[in-house]
Design a protein around this ligand. Structure first.
Ligand code: ME8
Length: 503
């Protein structure tokens, strides 16, 4: 299986992306770039979730049509992803006509197969979440039902609607969630399983009367209804890979699809999505990779809490995409929420990128130029260093293979610290011919640069170019075979930032 298909959630474009969206997208990008380094055939999908009440109301507030707004925002999102060096292959928009057709055809198919039926519905609805909350799911504030995520009052809605027979998939879901190890880390699988066991599964409404929500895909055989935005949105993962336009391409990538999602949308990406796929006779995803939240002073970072950190501020403070990508990857955590502040981000950037990686590259590069005119010929790699490089590289490969990006990075930082210690201990500046020490150190820098390339692609390319080596498949790297390094420059990769007090 040499394909690798990876997706991000498609984001609601009712504002520009912020640090939380960047967190997910950078993580997916690092996995995509790593898979490409391993010579896999990668397809990386991201995009925007453009229909629904949230967008409709956002457009009304701006005095624009929803279409105008989503067109503008698609450019805004693409531009941020470009500036963060996100190497997506396709940017899907749910207003793409091909996608809309997949949504209508799928809805019709499920109706014809008896999985969709019409009935009455009443319940409390959160516009921000675009979902109904059942008793027990919402919180009560002064006796009124509130959204537990947005902390805003829920609206009571009653309407005739189309239902999807989610309840029919209970046994299927429990069996899959218990046995198939699709959801990673496993604790999230348990969370969904115990929710199903405790609450059972009710059928879900998958359409809205057009007079309530006009902005969306119409039910093909009943245009007085618009298809529920989550049903519409989830299908992006199949449209984006060519489900309707190129079935062989779709099959090729679908067998190895990885969805990266935040834990807020776990339920939709397991219970709901797995059931829709099963009903459509499409195999379940290979993995759903779930991560926890970025928080600030204990609160989830987001538009609702009003505590967003902008991508613009991050890019300017950390000197472009590499710094931001590194910090986000380093604090990435699947199980636990990660507290971020500029204080913490400054410390990571300064200590690890500037003082550890940047410093070693600069020191070794400068020594090589000064002592040996930049030409360092092959020598036997210092035995101890050789062992350390090999061990750390293997651990890195294992961790990346387990989607543990921060764990893999930490391993390489340790290696770089060992490199700095080796310089201090062997004092190559005092030697007449420090070829052995410098060659050994350059091998360490080469391995570190190759392995960090998915996280800091610009800096990695620069070091490879200035030092004269190739960014290659880290699983094939061999030590002590490169004939010669040719160092043309000892770049300062990461200018330090002046530490700032916590925000
Ligand atoms: O939910 N910490 O879109 P959305 C970590 N359109 N991740 C965060 C975050 C934070 N503080 N804030 C946002 C939607 N995210 C739907 C998805 S997919 C078929 C439809 C990330 O714009 C995280 O990945 O609200 C979360 O799941 C996603 O943004 C929600 O983005």
């Amino acid at each position: 299986m040499n394909t690798f298909y990876i997706t991000t959630p498609i984001y609601y474009p009712n504002g520009p992306p912020h640090i939380g969206h960047a967190y997910t997208t950078v993580y997916a990008d690092v996995l995509a770039r790593f898979a490409r380094l391993l010579e896999k055939d990668v397809f990386f999908l991201t995009g925007n979730d453009e229909h629904g009440l949230k967008i409709q109301r956002f457009a009304e507030k701006l005095g624009k049509t929803p279409k105008e707004v989503v067109d503008e925002m698609a450019t805004v999102y693409r531009d941020y992803w470009l500036r963060l060096n996100i190497s997506y292959d396709y940017f899907i928009r749910t207003t793409d006509s091909v996608h809309e057709k997949v949504v209508m055809d799928s809805f019709r198919k499920l109706y014809e197969k008896g999985y969709v039926y019409k009935d009455k519905y009443g319940g409390f609805y959160c516009v921000e979440c675009e979902k109904y909350y059942l008793p027990g799911e919402y919180v009560e504030v002064e006796g009124k039902p509130y959204c537990p995520i947005h902390n805003k009052p829920l609206e009571y809605l009653e309407e005739e609607t189309y239902y999807f027979k989610l309840s029919e998939f209970k046994d299927f879901l429990l069996q899959v969630l218990r046995n198939d190890k699709i959801v990673y880390p496993e604790e999230y699988s348990l969370e969904v399983t115990s929710r199903i066991e405790k609450e059972g599964l009710r059928d879900i409404s998958i359409a809205r009367p057009v007079e309530r929500v006009s902005w969306g895909v119409k039910v093909p055989f009943d245009p007085s209804y618009v298809i529920y935005v989550w049903f519409d949105a989830l299908l992006n993962y199949i449209t984006g890979a060519g489900y309707a336009t190129d079935p062989s391409r779709f099959e090729k990538y679908w067998v190895n699809v990885h969805h990266v999602v935040g834990k807020d949308i776990l339920w939709f990406h397991t219970a709901v999505w797995f059931s829709i796929l099963k009903a459509l006779d499409i195999p379940l995803p290979k993995k759903v990779l779930v991560h926890a939240f970025l928080i600030n002073k204990g609160l989830k970072i987001g538009k609702s809490a009003g505590n967003v950190i902008s991508i613009d501020d991050l890019l300017s403070r950390y000197n472009g995409p590499d710094g931001v990508r590194y910090i986000l990857s380093r604090v990435f955590n699947m199980s636990k929420d990660s507290e971020v502040s500029f204080e913490l981000m400054d410390a990571i950037y300064n200590d690890e990128l500037a003082d550890t990686y940047g410093n070693l590259v600069r020191r070794v590069g400068a020594l090589a130029m000064k002592k040996l005119k930049g030409k360092i010929y092959r020598r036997e790699v210092d035995k101890k260093l050789n062992e350390q490089i090999t061990l750390r590289l293997n651990t890195y490969l294992e961790r990346m293979g387990n989607y543990d990006v921060p764990g893999a990075i930490i391993e390489i930082m340790e290696l770089l610290r060992e490199g700095n210690a080796y310089v201090n201990n062997t004092r190559p500046w005092e030697k007449e011919d420090p070829s052995k020490e410098l060659y050994s150190l350059l091998e360490l820098i080469r391995v570190s640069t190759i392995t960090l390339a998915p996280v800091i692609p610009n800096a990695a390319s620069k070091v490879a170019e200035e030092f004269g080596f190739r960014i290659e498949n880290p699983a094939r790297v061999q030590l002590g075979v490169l004939e010669r390094y040719n160092i043309r420059n000892a770049p300062i990769l990461f200018k330090k930032v002046m530490p700032q007090q916590s925000t």
